[in-house]
Design a protein around this ligand. Structure first.
Ligand SMILES: Nc1nc2c(ncn2[C@@H]2O[C@H](COP(=O)(O)OP(=O)(O)OP(=O)(O)O)[C@@H](O)[C@H]2O)c(=O)[nH]1
Ligand SMILES: [Mg+2]
Length: 318
């Protein structure tokens, strides 16, 4: 059994030595443990430092593509390298690497497909009260959308079984943390939260540039998830909303017609027709979007089978 620990990095020459010094070389249940660094267009000496500190594999992008793309490139390389379990962690040493065995154990025992670290958020000193509240709101929205019980959804310290890694697709550029959970819920994978410890912070967050930017991006990301993963519900609710508005305005017009004042309220009739038309169109869009979602699922099934075949081929070559 091979475990690969991957770290997506963007200009991490300062914190990488400390982070790598904590990573394990042996984990119970695995015959080998390797480290993979994803250099996402770094302009500093991330790759050199990583090699010096013992990284086994490095992927280099010639430009910055974003954390989600780096994460997916890492997952695909780990599969090519024959990983049975993949652990993802951050380069800022926030997550305590001594918890890697606990994180990978439920996967080894076949109890989970994905495990996600649950940080003691209330006790983290360098998180502002606002960040703590936002992280909790984010987790509850993800639980609601994904139908899972993940405690700490934005946590990047997580482990994937080979099969789960082959099933995952991340479309968003900004985050992989939330989308992987929603996909796992949609694909009926078993996700488990594992309590983990955190270390003191080595630097400011690179992902959260400002609170307003974080809130804006999070709202847009969540909205996108509703549209992509629940398109029928999303458009049908809007469609029926518009339909009802048109219906009520239409009723108002009928009332005025009945009391003999219909002629002066023709604008209500026009408005009602517009809303009813928009409602009808949006409900039609809901059905079209549902068809597209079914197609996406079929394509994902084919992609999973292809990845599995490629993986088996690579394994037999090795
Ligand atoms: N590939 C890639 N990784 C990035 C980018 N920005 C940040 N990262 C990595 O993402 C991981 C998490 O980044 P952090 O800056 O610690 O963000 P955070 O964990 O949300 O913030 P804190 O909770 O305050 O630590 C680190 O390993 C970073 O190197 C990026 O543009 N591309
Ligand atoms: Mg961090």
């Amino acid at each position: 059994m091979k475990l690969i620990i991957q770290i997506p990095c963007y200009n991490e020459e300062n914190s990488l030595p400390e982070t790598l010094s904590q990573l394990p070389r042996h984990v119970e249940g695995f015959t080998s443990v390797e480290w993979l660094i994803i250099n996402d267009g770094c302009t500093d000496k991330t790759s050199e430092i990583a090699l010096k500190c013992g990284a086994d594999h490095i992927i280099c992008f010639n430009k910055n593509k974003g954390l989600a793309s780096a994460f997916m490139a890492g997952i695909s390389t780990c599969l090519d390298l024959g990983a049975d379990v993949i652990v993802n962690t951050d380069a800022d040493n926030q997550y305590n690497a001594h918890d890697i065995p606990a994180l990978s154990r439920p996967i080894l025992e076949g109890k989970a497909d994905i495990t996600i670290g649950a940080r003691p958020i209330e006790q983290i000193k360098h998180f502002s009260p606002l960040k703590k509240i936002l992280q909790k709101i984010g987790s509850s929205v993800v639980r609601m959308v994904s139908n899972t019980c993940v405690e700490d959804a934005p946590c990047g310290f997580r482990a994937f079984s080979k099969d789960a890694a082959m099933r995952i697709n991340v479309f968003s550029k900004y985050t992989y943390t939330l989308e992987t959970i929603i996909q796992a819920g949609e694909k009926n994978m078993s996700i488990m939260s594992v309590p983990i410890r955190v270390n003191k912070d080595l630097r400011e967050s690179k992902l959260i540039k400002s609170v307003s930017c974080y809130i804006r991006t999070s709202i847009l990301t969540m909205l996108r998830f509703f549209v992509v993963y629940n398109p029928f519900k999303y458009f049908v609710y809007i469609g029926f909303g518009l339909f009802w508005v048109g219906f009520i305005i239409g009723l108002r017009y009928v009332y005025f017609v009945l009391i003999g004042e219909g002629g002066g309220n023709l604008h209500s009739l026009i408005l009602s027709a517009i809303f009813l038309g928009m409602g009808f169109q949006t409900i039609l869009v809901a059905f079209m979007a549902d068809l597209l979602a079914v197609n996406r699922k079929l394509l994902e099934d084919i992609q999973y089978k292809l990845r599995k075949l490629e993986n088996e081929k690579a394994k037999s070559k090795h």
